[in-house]
Ligand binder design. Sequence first.
Ligand code: SF4
Length: 357
Amino acid sequence: MTTEKLPAAITKPLLDWYRANARVLPWRDITDPYRIWVSEIMLQQTRVAAVLGYYARFLEAFPTVEALAAADEEQLMKRWEGLGYYSRARNLQKAAKIVVERGGFPDTYEGLLELPGIGDYTASAIAAAAFGRREAAVDGNVLRVVTRLTDCHEDILDAKVKKAIRAQLQEIMPKEDADIRIFPQATMELGATVCVPNGAPKCDICPVRERCLARKRGTADVLPVKKAKKARKIEEMTVFVLLRGGETALHKRGKAGLLAGLWEFPNVAGALSEAEAGAALETLELQPKVWRSRLTAKHIFTHVEWHMTGYVIEISGSGGADWDWVDAEGLVARAVPSAFARYYEAAAEELKQERIP
Ligand code: SF4
């Protein structure tokens, strides 16, 4: 663990710098826990520029925590479509229901942590920004800033290191309400715009450069230290875009696991050749008539990669008992995750053609 202490003297220049330089974003300068919470969840795996449009549309559809709690699941997924990591949307709604039931948001770090989908970082960020609690929020940006300031070469993926960094930040958190509310944002903003992750940090414009050990010792470019992650598991699969009388088949995924409850094109494990794919369809009482195209695609999740071989086929026959056959409008109305984007586009194009007399 780093033996260097995070200097308390950085707090004031950091806050002054933030007030003068922070990007104007719709979830800043507000204290509404609902709006702050939605932004934090969206920002967990998605860049700021990509979140902006989704954030505005989401709040237009669900302007209050009550509206989100009462939302139709299909409509909710549709609003989240494209953001990925759909469990975030599901957890948002679960948490919204709890908040409505208990008559308001918990206003402490511990209380917030009990809500589904809210971890250490998000609980701290909401507790500070919405309720003025002295809670330090630690995300990737903050870890980079702190390890550089203290010249810490420990592995930031180690939970113990993260905990120690949080404790250090906790000690130098400001005491005034208005300062507490922006301190976590200020440390993150420094990491996002000055002490950047890719390329050289912009030390010449950094408000805390005089206190930075990595700058003095020339170690910023090797910090933070992250041990190599385990390789992702590769899953091969064959995806069917089946066309029958102006409709295509969709299947709803199970209630648990990856992309739970979302719609997918029927698929089977393994990268099947055309002959093998034909045999697989026969078992579902489907007879291939015209093989239109073969489309390959890859989708990367956090721990798994899907390597997909897809076939667009005109067929006759019945297919799976739990499939839904949908026309062009039906396809648009279903939340199909972006993992299937290539097949979704192919299906949409084929169904559109069907409607042209
Ligand atoms: Fe990062 Fe440079 Fe600022 Fe240190 S001086 S915190 S390395 S930008």
